[in-house]
Design a binder for this molecule. Structure first.
Ligand code: TYM
Length: 343
């Protein structure tokens, strides 16, 4: 493969980072650092596709950055930055708006969910959101993108955009010396026991920052008592836990809690059931509380410490943006030549 192996992923600063973001994405970001050059981005341009309070947005950008660092991302060896500091994201997104087809964007389920019934009143940005996401990834010609399962369709669209760009401009891409096409067909990295963490109140709904009930999610900033009370109140069913993974079929709440336990302890659902199968939920929940508090408590505390000193965080973001911009400018230069802009 001609492309340099590189990881890119992003998290929106829209408040309430939760266990789904942590297990589905951030813990995987941390693991990938050992084997890849990584860029982790706080995607503030994506956040404003829905109106954000400006004061809250700034706080949230710093909080997501703090979560990255507190979880173990090393901003010196890798690149941590916020999207709006690298103008090329918006620039490449425009080119991709002209590559992507209306029909492709019309199929995006996330737009349908977020726009709801009042589609006419959704922002144009919310509709074009997936082309900005493709630009985030392809600006760095990233080969791998770790995300939760809900982002799968957006990553398929990213591949479609890369492929169409490579086809539409094949002669000038070859002339510029890129024998294998200019953009890689990025591989999604989705998997593990927590690729889709569900609501604690309803095992058929995704854990989400927009759920009106705070009891539905564990936030990274929750203290030990709050975590314990949310796990205790988590919905379950009357049966004891099964001993085999097949026994979780049709029991979404049980499956979710077992998946969370497996992800937090770095094992698998069958391994968790081998330990807790046949037992009551109360015993399992007590163990889950201990585990969640032990894992998340120190992260929450470190996040609070970091957020209290924006000077340190802001310096990390500026430094990351400066390094990201070097790669971004180079890619955009090639894109301009390939498309036929004079520069
Ligand atoms: P966002 O900010 O909604 O979520 C950040 C990451 O958390 C994952 N996630 C979950 N994983 C498991 N279970 C859940 N309940 C859960 N909820 C959220 C998401 O899949 C995501 O990985 N469009 C993206 C942000 C983005 C991006 C990118 C990602 C913008 N540009 C480029 C990758 C590459 C989003 O809204 O994620």
């Amino acid at each position: 493969m001609a492309f340099q192996q590189r990881v890119f992923s992003g998290v929106q600063p829209t408040g309430n980072l939760h266990l789904g973001n942590y297990l589905g994405a951030i813990t995987r970001f941390v693991e990938l650092q050992a084997n890849y050059d990584c860029l982790y981005c706080v995607v503030d341009l994506h956040a404003i596709t829905v109106w954000q309070d400006p004061v809250e947005l700034k706080r949230s950008i710093r909080e997501v950055t703090a979560a990255f660092i507190a979880a173990g991302i090393d901003p010196k060896r890798h690149i941590v930055f916020n999207q709006s500091q690298v103008a090329e994201h918006a620039e490449l997104a425009w080119v991709f708006n002209c590559v992507a087809r209306l029909g492709w964007l019309n199929r995006m389920t996330q737009f349908k969910e977020k726009a709801g019934k009042d589609r006419e009143n959704a922002s144009v940005g919310l509709y074009a959101y997936p082309s900005l996401m493709a630009a985030d990834i392809l600006l760095y010609r990233a080969t791998h993108v770790p995300v939760g399962e809900d982002q799968k369709q957006h990553l398929e669209l990213t591949r479609d955009i890369a492929q169409k760009f490579n086809n539409d401009f094949a002669p000038s891409i070859a002339e510029a010396g890129f024998a294998e096409g200019f953009f890689p067909l990025t591989e999604p990295l989705i998997g593990g026991p927590a690729a889709r963490v569900m609501s604690l109140r309803d095992g058929t709904k995704k854990m989400s920052k927009s759920d009106p009930s705070d009891l539905s999610r564990i936030n990274l900033a929750d203290d030990a008592d709050t975590i314990a009370s949310k796990v205790r109140k988590a919905k379950t069913d009357p049966e004891p836990l099964p001993s085999e993974a097949e026994g979780l079929a049709g029991r979404p709440e049980a499956e979710n809690l077992v998946g969370i336990y497996a992800a937090l302890s770095g094992t698998t659902k069958p391994a968790v059931l081998a330990e807790f199968g046949g037992g009551q939920f109360s015993t399992f929940k007590a163990a889950l509380i201990d585990l969640a508090v032990a894992k998340l408590g120190p992260i929450g505390a470190e996040m609070k410490r970091l957020v209290a000193d924006p000077v340190e965080i802001d310096a990390i973001l500026r430094d990351g943006a400066d390094r990201a911009r070097v790669i971004a400018t180079e890619t955009m230069g090639h894109v301009k030549d390939i498309v036929g802009f004079v520069r």
